[in-house]
Design a protein around this ligand. Structure first.
Ligand SMILES: C=C(CC[C@@H](C)[C@H]1CC[C@H]2C3=CC[C@H]4[C@H](C)[C@@H](O)CC[C@]4(C)[C@H]3CC[C@]12C)C(C)C
Ligand SMILES: C[S@@+](CC[C@H](N)C(=O)[O-])C[C@H]1O[C@@H](n2cnc3c(N)ncnc32)[C@H](O)[C@@H]1O
Length: 363
């Protein structure tokens, strides 16, 4: 009898501990890093719950069929693939990273959130726009940068993203932040933008144009919609001068980044200014914002590793319970893997997500 009583006590204590811990992670702790999305709200974006696994399989098979990445260059399937990718990852990004889907140099003594905001404000400071100016955000995500930039500069920001679910999220966040009168979000393809010629006084893109199969197409469109004399600034994902295409380790890191981040082939830093000039821009400034004295942008990823594995356990349990969609576990695992490749890209110095280029459309 005593033995059964003890067994029951052990069973109840273990259940309470695991159950309590799990509820803490998912309900109380909520978002993995910043308050916002909660684990129990993870979805497949615009994809119905039962289509998430199919969406992931379609996404990953695309990379299996073109293992050397460059075959995607000629593909007109890229925007649709990128759209599916953001259906799959948007909630996980918001849950585990926040509303700004980019990196920033670490700033000792400042929070990640603050460092990200400084990086965003730098972009609009470079544009030199007056309050009330109409500024374009090319590939706006759920609008973290857009809101920071509108609040900091007083500009009216119009964001474009190919992903419908992100449009819904961005509009809801804009409203909640009381910035919906200054921030507008449009669903569309930045390779063919639904805007008039010469209709913006400034434009920026933060870690978004890397998704374009041909950079000249998106740069050409930005050039078209900008008023003469206006500036465009971009933070580009590129390989640096340290990248050696004959080094198998370098090639593996780059392929890993491309697969986990829906990229149709990473470009070299050398191509960016050439392409900007080709479409008609004057290049005013170009620099890698990750270079010292900037502190490493990838420290945040490395420090987050334990939390990301904990998140993986939460995602597995939620999916097993039928709360999170089937397929989300594979998506989360893909992100775990890409986080390591990105950190390796930073450690080796062969990759930067913040190659900054400032251009001007001539008068
Ligand atoms: C510009 C792009 C996205 C850049 C980053 C915002 C994202 C790149 C990799 C993402 C993440 C990796 C690991 C995830 C982790 C496993 C999960 O538990 C919580 C979210 C992550 C940290 C996630 C967050 C966003 C990234 C850092 C690309 C796509 C061009
Ligand atoms: C990594 S996110 C960056 C979002 C935002 N700039 C930020 O920093 O939070 C890339 C964005 O580019 C958008 N994007 C990619 N390809 C696109 C295309 N062809 N047309 C429009 N948007 C696109 C994605 O939908 C996503 O919003």
């Amino acid at each position: 009898m005593e033995f059964f009583k003890e067994l029951l006590t052990i069973f109840c204590t273990t259940t309470l501990l695991f159950g309590g811990g799990f509820c803490y992670f998912t309900f109380l702790f909520g978002s993995a890093e910043q308050k916002g999305k909660r684990a129990v709200q993870l979805s497949g974006g615009s994809l119905p719950k039962e289509k998430v696994q199919e969406g992931y399989d379609r996404y990953s098979s695309f990379f299996e069929h073109c293992p050397n990445g460059n075959e995607m260059d000629s593909s007109d399937k890229v925007p649709a693939l990128v759209d599916t990718f953001y259906d799959l990852v948007t909630d996980i990004y918001e849950w585990g990273w926040g509303q700004s889907f980019h990196f920033s140099p670490r700033i000792p003594g400042k929070s990640n959130r603050h460092a990200m905001r400084i990086h965003e404000e730098l972009a609009v400071n470079l544009l030199n726009v007056e309050p009330g100016a109409r500024v374009l955000d090319v590939g706006c995500g759920v609008g973290g940068p857009m809101r920071a930039i509108a609040a900091h500069s007083g500009a009216n920001v119009v964001g474009i993203t190919i992903n419908k679910y992100q449009v819904e999220r961005a509009r809801a966040h804009n409203k909640k932040a009381g910035l919906d009168s200054m921030c507008e979000v449009v669903c569309g393809n930045f390779l063919k933008m639904p805007f008039d010629d010469n209709s913006f006084e400034g434009a920026y893109s933060i870690e978004a144009t890397c998704h374009a199969p041909k950079l000249e197409e998106v740069y050409g469109e930005i050039y078209r919609v900008l008023k003469p004399g206006s500036f465009y600034v971009s933070y580009e994902w590129v390989t640096t001068e340290l990248y050696n295409s004959d080094d198998p380790e370098h090639v593996e890191i780059v392929r890993g980044i491309e697969r986990g981040d829906a990229l149709p082939g990473l470009r070299s830093y050398k191509d960016i200014a050439k392409i900007a000039t080709k479409v008609g821009f004057e290049v005013i400034k170009e620099s890698d914002l990750a270079k010292p004295p900037a502190e490493p942008w990838w420290t945040r990823l490395k420090m987050g590793r334990i939390a990301y594995w904990r998140n993986h356990v939460v995602v597995m349990i939620l999916s097993w319970l039928g709360i999170a969609p089937k397929g989300i576990v594979d998506v989360h695992y893909m992100l775990l893997v890409t986080a390591d490749y990105l950190a390796k890209g930073g450690d080796t110095g062969i990759f930067t997500p913040m190659h900054m280029i400032l251009c001007r459309k001539p008068e």
